[in-house]
Write a protein that binds this ligand. Structure first.
Ligand code: AVJ
Length: 319
């Protein structure tokens, strides 16, 4: 059996401290905001898996289509011996890539979820005897230190999750990724693309209401972790397209005036009737725009692959 290593670079209590800081900052500013990373407790992760199967939510299927068709091209263009995957989650789509990389020596999945890393890691070493798996429990938006593994390295950031970062944070993130790469290494980036507003809004406001439930899950996380008394029924799910910023926003709209207590922060938060709390941005991209952002970070866009519908792109960049 090949080795499975798990390294924690996040202190056990870092998540709790980060949640407190984010909730305090986000709920005391105007307009109120919460960062999307707090959707993903065990229930939220399950809801996201359900979202990926909804008829309206095309990004996961579109990205999988590209991976299936282009995995061999990606492997040939990179010749990587180490694959680092940021926000690996279940590593499900990554299988297509791994299967096309026979010379791969080490897989480094990076995620904040300990359980997802263990599950995915154990399944993988069973399927790919000989592959080293060195999982990292880490927050990829902070400075990341990678294990010493054979190059060249391919860093993959799939799913379109880069769209959750506003432009200034994207620049910091991409510069951080650039700093991890040496000549010969590459970045594989998944980006959802600008398209018809009705298609975009439907993807974030599905008929079955799964995305609404996912959105409200952040309130349950705060209730459980910080003893808050959010009433999920007192908020409605909002998804809208900001045409100027070219991003989808998810919000929770307070249906009435209400006060919410957050005992762990010694905080009471007032919501006016109709007041909206922003819970996520999901930016959509164009080739020139993301190419420019990559260039600003010292990365050169070398390949651009889309699904047949032109809805989603995988780009490969080199230093
Ligand atoms: C996992 C961050 C890519 O922004 O589309 C899905 C999360 N939010 N439905 C996205 C999400 C609402 C998703 N990402």
């Amino acid at each position: 059996m090949s080795p499975f290593l798990l390294t924690r670079t996040l202190p056990e209590d870092a998540t709790e401290a980060a949640l407190r800081a984010d909730v305090l900052r986000g709920l005391t500013r105007t307009p109120k905001t919460l960062p999307p990373k707090w959707f993903y407790d065990a229930h939220g992760s399950e809801l996201f898996e359900k979202i990926t199967e909804l008829p309206e939510y095309y990004p996961t299927r579109a990205e999988r289509e590209i991976l299936i068709h282009r995995a061999v091209d990606i492997a040939a263009a990179t010749g990587s011996r180490t694959l680092v995957e940021l926000g690996s989650g279940s590593s499900d789509k990554t299988r297509h890539l791994l299967d096309a990389m026979p010379s791969l020596h080490t897989y480094v999945p990076v995620d904040v979820s300990d359980s997802a890393l263990r599950q995915a890691g154990e399944a993988l070493i069973a399927e790919r005897p000989g592959l080293d798996v060195h999982a990292l429990i880490a927050d990829f938006t902070g400075g990341l230190a990678l294990p010493d593994t054979p190059g060249p390295r391919l860093v993959a950031f799939l799913g379109g999750t880069i769209g959750n970062l506003p432009p200034a944070e994207r620049a910091v993130f991409l510069a951080g990724v650039r700093a991890l790469l040496s000549p010969g290494d590459a970045l594989l980036l998944g980006t959802d693309l600008v398209k018809d507003e009705s298609v975009l809004v439907a993807a974030y406001d599905d008929m079955a209401g799964v995305t609404a439930e996912f959105n409200k899950n952040v309130l349950s996380v705060i209730n459980r972790e910080l003893g808050a008394d959010f009433d999920a029924d007192a908020f409605t799910h909002v998804a809208l397209w900001d045409a100027r910023q070219e991003w989808i926003e998810m919000r929770l709209r307070s249906v009435r005036a209400q006060a919410v207590k957050v005992p762990a922060l010694d905080l009471a938060v007032d919501f006016a009737a109709g007041e909206e709390l922003r819970t996520e941005i999901s930016a959509k991209f164009r080739r020139d725009g993301i190419g420019g952002e990559l260039a600003s970070a010292g990365l050169e866009l070398a390949h651009w692959w889309t699904d047949r519908g032109g809805r989603f792109a995988l780009s490969l960049s080199v230093v």
